[in-house]
Design a protein around this ligand. Structure first.
Ligand SMILES: *[C@@H]1O[C@H](CO)[C@@H](O)[C@H](O)[C@H]1NC(C)=O
Ligand SMILES: *[C@@H]1O[C@H](CO)[C@@H](O)[C@H](O)[C@H]1NC(C)=O
Ligand SMILES: *[C@@H]1O[C@H](CO)[C@@H](O)[C@H](O)[C@H]1NC(C)=O
Ligand SMILES: *[C@@H]1O[C@H](CO)[C@@H](O)[C@H](O)[C@H]1NC(C)=O
Ligand SMILES: *[C@@H]1O[C@H](CO)[C@@H](O)[C@H](O)[C@H]1NC(C)=O
Ligand SMILES: *[C@@H]1O[C@H](CO)[C@@H](O)[C@H](O)[C@H]1NC(C)=O
Ligand SMILES: *[C@@H]1O[C@H](CO)[C@@H](O)[C@H](O)[C@H]1NC(C)=O
Ligand SMILES: *[C@@H]1O[C@H](CO)[C@@H](O)[C@H](O)[C@H]1NC(C)=O
Length: 500
């Protein structure tokens, strides 16, 4: 789903990684369409400073491969799209490529995989017939160099080649690519290689037109009434990321390939976008990437394959300011060229213990619909049992006396109490999480660092109740209806994505 990459002569991607005890890791892609690209040795210094242990280059840049020597960092090198034709047509071209770009650096530079092209089926379909022949030629050259047990060959594919990713259990590859995909999977199976998947919940969410709760895209807990469930397997999907990975497993199974592991070669979230890209924010990017790392390093797989780690390469190390396309396209990076991070990001497992500490306040959105906001406020203070004392007249959070301010206070109070139990910051799309403490003056929000210093005024909840109607409908009935609605809308969203 990524826009087609703008190829330049110096075009490589690094993926940084951190491994945990069970061997799961998160790496980082490094694109080089950067005006002030640091030297290769400075790039490596940044990787080391952040304990990044796995990198992916989009090409086989000699300076990077030299600088990575003796670092212990594991590397995926890339065959660029333009090289596939020649390699696919000629075994000797493939052998020369391996000799120059792989064998020459081994073993001091630890190349562990070759990614052939970038989303070839969707971005350069005319090259597709030569993709698997190219992979075969490269593999044979590795065998001849006795490197095939150390270096695997694969090819990153876009999520777009899967026609209907939801529900995951019925996902299939777009039949236009039948023969290439069959050959690809056969190759991966024969060589014990992984399926490389580029997957972007950012696009799944933004193209879903608000039908998915943002929590689902950002790995945040879904409320019990908004679970996303596969109707065939009854697996609950806590994140769109996991659903997309599972869709890939099921699509492979539909071709009778059951043992090919999925490695996510690209995923991420842009930290800045144009006026028509409101979800590309620093806050969302920080939440997505930190929660992604927590999720991957947890070591468990997606629901259908709970024991298969979802090793992942973050997209991407630097903002690529020279890339074409919408503003967001230039803002996927997690570090500036000077090595400072765009937002707090921890690759360190020791900082990952409480996975949901990021984005810890819940407030009303600026542009929320007034009626929905009123309904959300009523619900939070009523059925939601938020403590709404502070927003009553004469209390610290009454002023400013407006709906957005009062809803923010109530939403946050509900959220602080309930999010560990699955309560979400959604309120019919009128709420959003933020890391910024919304407290002001003597109005202290729940969860604020200042709240513990006697900030929270009252323990009484009585005044807050009765502000809104309590639903007469039983909880379990509600749950079923909502679950069903989400199932249906999820399906239609994914259809919409496919048709768009
Ligand atoms: C290279 O990476 C592999 C993991 O694929 C690891 O087992 C090996 O020890 C590494 N070699 C060096 C020289 O770092
Ligand atoms: C399958 O791929 C073809 C060729 O790219 C495309 O025209 C078609 O719309 C796709 N079908 C689905 C269901 O995604
Ligand atoms: C692709 O494969 C599927 C499943 O094997 C089959 O149903 C479909 O007809 C095939 N499509 C084409 C175009 O070969
Ligand atoms: C793949 O793995 C199997 C079982 O671990 C092993 O017997 C086989 O030699 C491997 N093949 C290649 C090409 O690595
Ligand atoms: C890892 O994540 C899975 C899926 O979200 C969850 O069920 C499991 O409890 C987590 N395990 C740990 C040790 O946190
Ligand atoms: C690094 O660069 C960013 C963006 O240009 C800038 O905001 C930041 O202050 C710089 N940090 C240092 C330590 O120079
Ligand atoms: C953990 O996070 C804190 C605050 O962001 C930071 O100061 C510290 O260096 C991090 N620890 C590690 C081991 O990365
Ligand atoms: C928290 O308390 C400190 C010290 O009283 C004050 O400086 C700071 O502004 C307060 N923060 C908020 C968000 O109210």
């Amino acid at each position: 789903m990524k826009l087609k990459r703008w190829l330049t002569s110096v075009f490589f991607l690094i993926v940084a990684t951190v491994s945990n005890a069970v061997g799961a890791f998160v790496g980082v892609n490094i694109g080089t369409d950067v005006t002030d690209l640091p030297s290769a040795s400075n790039v490596v210094a940044i990787l080391k400073a952040h304990q990044i242990s796995h990198v992916r280059l989009y090409n086989a840049n000699e300076h990077m491969l030299q600088a990575l020597s003796k670092t212990g960092i594991q590397i995926i090198v890339g065959v660029i799209d333009e090289e596939i034709l020649g390699i696919g047509e000629s075994a000797s071209v493939a052998a020369a490529w391996i000799s120059k770009n792989v064998a020459a650096y081994m073993p001091s530079t630890n190349i562990t995989a070759i990614s052939v092209g970038s989303e070839v089926l969707t971005s350069v379909p005319n090259v597709a017939p030569l993709l698997v022949p190219a992979m075969n030629h490269l593999h044979k050259a590795l065998v001849a160099s006795n490197l095939n047990f150390r270096v695997k060959v694969s090819s990153p594919q876009s999520m777009d080649i899967i026609s209907r990713p939801f529900p995951p259990s019925t996902a299939t590859f777009n039949s236009s690519w039948n023969s290439t995909i069959y050959q690809l999977l056969q190759f991966l199976k024969n060589t014990n290689s992984s399926y490389m998947l580029n997957t972007y919940p950012y696009y799944g969410y933004t193209k879903g037109d608000g039908i998915f709760p943002i929590e689902y895209a950002l790995f945040r807990p879904l409320s019990p009434v908004k679970q996303i469930v596969d109707p065939n397997t009854l697996f609950h999907y806590n994140s769109m990321f996991e659903a997309m990975v599972d869709a890939t497993y099921y699509a492979m199974e539909a071709f009778n390939f059951n043992d090919i592991p999925v490695v996510v070669t690209e995923t991420g979230w842009p930290s800045f976008g144009g006026t028509n890209e409101p979800d590309a924010t620093t806050n969302n990017a920080e939440i997505y990437n930190n929660n992604l790392i927590v999720r991957v390093l947890n070591g468990s797989g997606p629901p259908s394959h709970p024991k298969k780690t979802i090793n992942t390469y973050l997209y991407e190390l630097f903002n690529e300011d020279k890339r074409k396309g919408p503003v967001s396209e230039k803002n996927w990076g997690v570090f500036y060229a000077n090595g400072s991070s765009v937002y707090p990001l921890s690759f360190s497992a020791s900082n990952l213990s409480n996975g949901n500490s990021i984005g810890s306040f819940c407030v009303a959105k600026d542009d929320a619909d007034t009626d929905k906001l009123q309904a959300g406020l009523n619900w939070a203070c009523g059925q939601g049992q938020a403590n709404c004392v502070a927003i009553q007249q004469g209390r610290p959070c009454y002023s400013p006396n407006n709906l957005k301010s009062h809803a923010s206070y109530a939403y946050n109070d509900y959220y602080q109490k309930m999010h560990n139990a699955g309560g979400t910051c959604d309120f019919d799309g009128t709420a959003t999480t933020t890391t910024e403490d919304p407290s002001y003056g003597s109005c202290i929000y729940a969860g604020s660092a200042n709240a513990s210093i006697g900030g929270r005024s009252s323990s009484s909840t009585a005044l807050g109740l009765g502000l809104g109607p309590v639903s007469p409908v039983g909880g379990s009935w509600l749950l079923h209806v909502s679950t069903l609605q989400y199932l249906i809308s999820s399906v239609s969203v994914f259809f919409a994505m496919v048709l768009s």
